[in-house]
Ligand binder design. Structure first.
Ligand code: 0X9
Ligand code: ZN
Length: 303
């Protein structure tokens, strides 16, 4: 199997980030967003394939939740595909001609490392409070923070933290997006599992102002997955499709003004769950990729 058809340790991913930037100095830049609780660097890659004035951008983050290994694998897959197919694939070239792409391969490096060394099923980051360890970074954003669907108990797997952006990982991402909110038009965050395309809101049952747009985009993306990969994904607002869950990065980015904001839940639907075998990586990533392309092209069309 190739490099992209396997899961990689955190150290390997850091090496991959450096190698990818070094081998593509004209297209890939490394951005240091901040550092994790245990002082690991939070690196994003910026993909720029040409210089146009007023160029817009999209953001993709992976690995908010430590045990969802297919998620960082997708970020690597996406970057590799962009670099390899820009010249040959018209969808990729139209996207990258119109947008810069920021890719954060591992938003929760401490948790990810911990799943490789100690507990494969760890979800949260590794920050220490009185008696328990870890905050759920996807409950730590300032979007109806710590209401129903999150927990104020440090031992819970959905612990919201002491206050919004209490964690260096969520704060670093939020700071970056606040600075770049006028260029970033599309926010994507990659999770697993359950095969869903979710959009705001998750903290309330109220519909987003552009609900019909978001619904149409998700529907089109899901249809493409069904047609090309014969797999089915659910789609809809987070609260109505899975559960009420406040403090998520997607709702926060949406309220910041990034009106196209989606959470992807990749394969599978529960047979292997978080332990998706590496042989499933290519199909899981390719179907997510076709959905990303569909949505990004729609955003370009609309804006
Ligand atoms: O609960 C979550 O954070 C996500 N599901 S997961 O199984 N990967 O943990 C769904 C997030 C949907 N969006 C928000 N709740 N804002
Ligand atoms: Zn998740």
């Amino acid at each position: 199997s190739t490099f992209y058809e396997r899961y990689h340790s955190l150290g390997d991913i850091y090496h991959w980030i450096n190698r990818t930037a070094q081998e593509n100095p004209d297209k890939v830049k490394i951005i240091l967003l901040g550092s994790s609780y245990e002082k690991r660097p939070l690196y994003a890659l910026k993909l720029t394939f040409n210089d146009r004035p007023n160029k817009k951008a999209m953001w993709i983050d992976c690995g908010i939740h430590a045990r969802e290994w297919i998620s960082p694998a997708f970020c690597l897959w996406f970057v590799q595909h962009s670099l390899a197919f820009y010249t040959f694939n018209s969808d990729i070239s139209s996207i990258l001609d119109n947008m810069d792409v920021y890719v954060l391969p591992v938003m929760n490096p401490d948790g990810y490392h911990y799943t490789w060394t100690t507990n494969r099923m760890w979800r949260k980051n590794r920050s220490v409070s009185n008696n328990c360890i870890g905050v759920d970074l996807n409950r730590n954003f300032d979007a109806n923070w710590c209401t129903e669907g999150a927990s104020d108990q440090p031992c819970s797997d959905i612990y919201c933290g002491a206050f919004p952006e209490s964690e260096p990982e969520s704060e670093a991402v939020a700071n970056f997006l606040r600075i770049h909110k006028d260029t970033v038009q599309l926010y994507l965050t990659i999770h697993s599992y359950s095969q869903m395309l979710l959009f705001p809101y998750s903290y309330t049952f109220d519909e987003a102002e552009n609900h019909n747009d978001l619904l149409e985009m998700a529907q089109e993306a899901v249809q493409k997955i069904r047609r090309y990969y014969h797999n089915s994904y659910k789609y809809g607002s987070g609260a109505k499709t899975i559960y009420l869950a406040p403090g998520g990065s997607d709702d926060w980015a949406y309220n910041l003004g990034i009106k196209y904001s989606f959470t992807f839940e990749l394969q599978d639907r529960g047979r292997y769950g978080f332990l998706l075998p590496p042989s499933y990586i290519p199909k899981a990533c390719n179907e997510a990729l076709i959905a990303v392309k569909t949505i990004a092209l729609k955003v370009i069309e609309k804006t």
